[in-house]
Ligand binder design. Sequence first.
Ligand SMILES: Cc1cc2nc3c(=O)[nH]c(=O)nc-3n(C[C@H](O)[C@H](O)[C@H](O)COP(=O)(O)OP(=O)(O)OC[C@H]3O[C@@H](n4cnc5c(N)ncnc54)[C@H](O)[C@@H]3O)c2cc1C
Length: 394
Amino acid sequence: MDLRYSESDEAFRKELREWLADVLPGLPAEPSIDDWPGRRDYDTGWQRQLFEAGYAGISWPTEYGGRGATLVEQLIYLEETTRAGAPYVGVNFVGTLHAGPTIMTEATPEQKAEHLPRILRGDEVWCQGFSEPNAGSDLGSLGCRGVRDGDEYVITGQKTWTSFAQIADWCEMLIRTDPDAPKHKGITWVMFPMDTPGIEIRPIHTIAGSTEFSEVFFDEARVPVVNRVGQENDGWRVAMVTFGFERGTGFVSDLVETDRLISDLVRLARQVTRRSARAWDDIALRREIGHLQAEMDALWAMTKRNLSQAARTGVPGPAGSVMKVVYSELYQRVTDLAMRVLERGSLSLDDLGDWPSGGFVHERVRSTSFSIAAGTSQIQRNIIAERILGLPRE
Ligand SMILES: Cc1cc2nc3c(=O)[nH]c(=O)nc-3n(C[C@H](O)[C@H](O)[C@H](O)COP(=O)(O)OP(=O)(O)OC[C@H]3O[C@@H](n4cnc5c(N)ncnc54)[C@H](O)[C@@H]3O)c2cc1C
């Protein structure tokens, strides 16, 4: 691993920084929290701008239209886009960070040609239909049936917690195609068009005031067999490839967000005054923030190692689970500390005077989901125990 910046790395940074300074002031206003069509327009508009400037799919190989950036360039990209406050990947998360990479790794040349350019341009939004009411951590127990009927699968059942379902064009979906086989051997990974007749999407309202995910019901919805990725009943293996990307490298941008949040917390502590002293004047608080930043720095070093491994092998290893556990719990601790800085101010989702308190309270509520989404912390710890530490299976 060589992570020093060369002259060409610095040239890449300069070019990107200038581009960001040029385009960011011209972005439209962000849509409100529950304006999903507006959110789709905003996020896919940004994806299109990245595409036209040659920055879309920064880690994707050039043969699939990506930038094919080196590892160091990818890290520079993350640092610079975060520093400049560029939009987050948003509704393009599933497509660009794990459905697309799974298609790249597992799909046929025709499937790649159909989807990869459209994902990169922001023309296709994807969602993930893996979880079900009785199959979350124990995903292998999923029951949504796909019955083969000629050259179609007829799908009946339910998915849940499907993020962005209401505005997605496609769903990476797991269906049970052989109910008699051992549970991990009867699953198939399919690309499901979200405009297929026979589905109903019911948004779920969260405590944070969002409807970002939904329940999705399937009533004999038909999907062509050519939409299958991998072999019939080999979907569990393909899903592990998806998870490798989702848990391994998909969270890197969230990590950069965590770093930004710690800097915001420092600014907040300097702004908030209690009995004529600034919160920042409290040595114990400064020490706590220092510890959080040190953990963040260690995590960033580990991320570089993990990305470096992914660049060598093409697929991230189980170390992504370590990153996911530490990042999600660190983010929660940063927001917890912000609540202590705000004291009673943390009881309102609105900003207090000129303190940006509402955003921190919102992040505290939202971050509760971080240690659940994409595999709970307990499940990640099981993976770390079994696949990294080599401990006996649970
Ligand atoms: C914000 C958010 C977005 C999401 N988006 C999507 C999406 O787009 N698509 C999708 O398919 N899913 C999505 N999910 C679902 C997510 O993958 C599941 O919530 C997660 O896998 C946990 O499953 P569950 O909710 O059924 O909890 P359960 O599996 O019922 O777990 C309940 C509790 O038991 C613990 N537990 C379970 N089994 C074990 C074990 N073997 N050892 C130790 N502890 C255990 C868990 O850690 C947890 O604390 C999303 C979830 C969130 C929060």
